[in-house]
Design a protein. Structure first.
Length: 231
């Protein structure tokens, strides 16, 4: 794990409530207009080839979003649609399983799968995240210390296999230390337009995790048709 803290500051309850349902992958709305992810977080999106060509002063971190189709219903009427996992980190922020890898001494995927085993437990040995599951990379500002490039992967699993990961996670090596528990992402929006996914997105996320989550949900078509985030 060990990813550097997000640069996004705290906001008051009133400020957070006023923006619920109006935030998107473009970032927070402010007096100066909508700012991009790059501007808000001091990062830049790059291709994998460029990311892998960075010098030895850069540290590489890999994280994965695990998800599965879920036919379940909340209150017997609200479709859950998909089970998407995130985790509560040691620093109180939400993020995805994974962490720093020893690139180039090991491949990104070897390092990521090792991190998943440590954070999720033995159930993570039943699958492997591969290069085909890669989605994107973000690099931190050149003036930041340490210099970090964050790689993001998405892996689809059968529902029972993902539930096995949930059940086994409390027995993982890092549980109660770097990881405080797995969290399911609510993909629905309730009638008030706030409860569900919009409220979930008002939590504090590490680095670019929030932006990666929203982008993935939209690109993969996982959102509830009534979601406030759906275009």
């Amino acid at each position: 794990m060990g990813e550097p803290p997000s640069t996004v500051g705290r906001r008051s309850t009133e400020e957070r409530r006023s923006t619920v349902g109006r935030r998107s992958t473009g970032g927070h709305r402010s007096m100066g207009g909508r700012r991009s992810t790059e501007e808000r977080l001091g990062v830049r999106k790059v291709g994998l080839e460029e990311a892998l060509a960075l010098g030895p002063e850069w540290r590489h971190a890999c994280h994965a979003m695990l998800y599965a189709p879920d036919p379940g219903l909340l209150f017997r009427r609200i479709p859950l649609r998909y089970l998407v996992l995130m985790q509560m980190r040691f620093d109180g922020r939400l993020g995805f399983p994974g962490g720093f890898v020893h690139f180039p001494d090991q491949s990104l995927e070897d390092g990521l799968n090792q991190e998943l085993l440590e954070e999720l437990g033995e159930a993570a040995t039943a699958f492997r995240v591969e290069r085909a599951d890669y989605r994107n990379s973000y690099v931190s500002s050149a003036s930041s210390a340490p210099r970090v490039v964050a790689h993001f992967y998405i892996k689809s699993l059968p529902l029972e296999q993902l539930k096995a990961v949930e059940r086994g996670a409390p027995l993982a090596q890092d549980h109660g230390l770097e990881v405080l528990g797995l969290v399911r992402v609510p993909l629905y929006t309730l009638r008030d337009g706030v409860s569900g996914l919009p409220a979930f997105l008002e939590n504090t996320f590490i680095g670019t995790a929030r932006e990666q989550l929203v982008e993935a949900l939209q690109d993969l078509g996982l959102l509830d048709p009534g979601s406030a985030l759906r275009p």
